[in-house]
Design a protein around this ligand. Structure first.
Ligand code: FES
Ligand code: FES
Length: 161
């Protein structure tokens, strides 16, 4: 066992880990940040996406030890300071971008990373960026609408389903 220390959602966080402990397990089991989900064991679903030093990563593909000293942001860090939904979260709610919600944390974190790099993505760019996030419920249409809306664009400009 060894100690790892990182900043998570703006606060110092540390804990005991084994060398094999994945970042997603450290977040969920040690820090109790269970908003980051695990939806597969093959690194395909994207339910576990968080930001590490500003970049979206699948937290099941990284050892916790590799995040030593890093700035990590999870879905719990996406709300506004007063606890209300952040812009992207609100857009998902407004445009029915979720059903069961299992994929939603990863979708929101991927969307946030996209909008950071490309504040006004086209529909095609959004679809392309979400290649690594699987949603088993929505058919993606409303997720794309939500991200268009979150970027200040017309959600209804999306191509017909
Ligand atoms: S749990 Fe990480 S990609 Fe599925
Ligand atoms: S909302 Fe159910 S998996 Fe996406």
């Amino acid at each position: 066992m060894s100690q790892v220390t990182m900043t998570v959602n703006g606060k110092a966080a540390s804990g005991e880990i084994e060398g094999r402990t994945l970042l997603v397990d450290f977040l969920r089991e040690t820090l109790n940040l269970t908003g980051t989900h695990v939806g597969c064991d093959t690194s395909q679903c994207g339910a576990c996406v968080v930001h590490v030093n500003g970049k979206a990563i699948k937290a099941c593909t990284m050892f916790a030890a590799e995040a030593e000293g890093a700035e990590v942001k999870t879905i719990e860090g996406m709300a506004n300071a007063d606890g209300s939904l952040g812009t992207i979260q609100q857009a998902f709610q407004d445009h029915h971008g979720l059903q069961c919600g299992f994929c939603t944390p990863g979708m929101v974190m991927s969307a946030a990373a996209l909008l950071q790099d490309n504040p006004k993505p086209s529909e095609a760019e959004i679809r392309d960026y979400l290649e690594g996030n699987l949603c088993r419920c929505t058919g993606y249409h409303n997720i794309i609408k939500a991200i268009l809306a979150a970027s200040g664009q017309d959600a209804d400009a999306i191509a017909a389903e």
